[in-house]
Design a protein around this ligand. Structure first.
Ligand code: PRP
Length: 217
């Protein structure tokens, strides 16, 4: 029996959610991950707004790096979703590497302590490097990373960041490709987690305070 060829039925709730956004009305929570949605206050940036922004960033990067050999460096874990979408909006030959750093743990506020959990697999000397970050909060993680990467003498070193909480940034950073500026609230989705949950939501959402009450700050 070829069960894998059976038609896939779209749940009615999912269909309604997509229709709502297609109509230009407010995005609704219905239809993504039901188990997460009781903890979500509201959507801050919709899936469509994110995808439009990612496409625009990809077009700019394509123009700026035409004829060069671009290396994308994703900062794990949060940037994996942006990295996947953005890289497919960049119409150039690309190479990929990842670093994993830790600044938050399971808490909702940055500690300022940055540890490299996984370093790059390859040398970047003489390479055009673009660091891909999901969010800049205090800026301490990126500040540390850029200082560290500069010592490895790349030909160029720039940053693309989808989200920035500019009001709480503690260090001046030169971000070449900026997405959205957001309030200093705790956000999840599109790679961003709370306690490793919510990363697979396609939108950016505000968490209900009671959902992270009691977490170490
Ligand atoms: C987040 C985010 C940035 C960093 C920003 O990562 O992805 O790397 O925090 O914070 P900062 O500007 O205050 O330094 P996190 O440490 O939560 O790890 P994760 O990406 O694995 O969730």
């Amino acid at each position: 029996m070829k069960t894998h060829l059976a038609p896939v039925s779209v749940p009615a709730e999912t269909a309604r959610a997509e229709t709502a956004q297609d109509d230009g009305s407010l995005p609704t929570l219905v239809g993504h991950v039901a188990e997460y949605e009781r903890d979500i206050d509201r959507i801050l940036i919709s899936e469509r707004e994110i995808q439009d922004m990612v496409r625009k960033l990809g077009e700019r990067i394509t123009e700026d790096y035409r004829g060069r050999q671009l290396l994308l460096v994703g900062v794990l874990k949060g940037a994996f979703v942006l990295m996947a979408d953005l890289s497919r909006s960049i119409r150039l030959p690309l190479m990929f590497d990842f670093m994993d750093v830790s600044s938050y743990g399971a808490a909702t506020h940055t500690s300022g302590v940055v540890r490299i959990l996984k370093d790059l697999d390859h040398e970047i000397e003489g390479r055009d490097v673009l660091v891909v970050e999901d969010i800049i909060d205090s800026g301490l993680t990126l500040n540390y990373l850029l200082k560290n990467l500069r010592t490895r003498r790349p030909a160029s070193l720039e940053v693309v960041a989808l989200l920035q909480k500019t009001s709480v940034q503690q260090v001046e950073l030169d971000i070449r490709y900026e997405g959205f500026t957001i309030p200093p609230d705790f956000v999840v989705g599109y790679g961003l987690d709370f306690d490793e949950r919510f990363r697979n939501l396609p939108y950016i959402a505000l968490l209900k305070p009671e959902a992270y009450a009691g977490a170490p700050g």
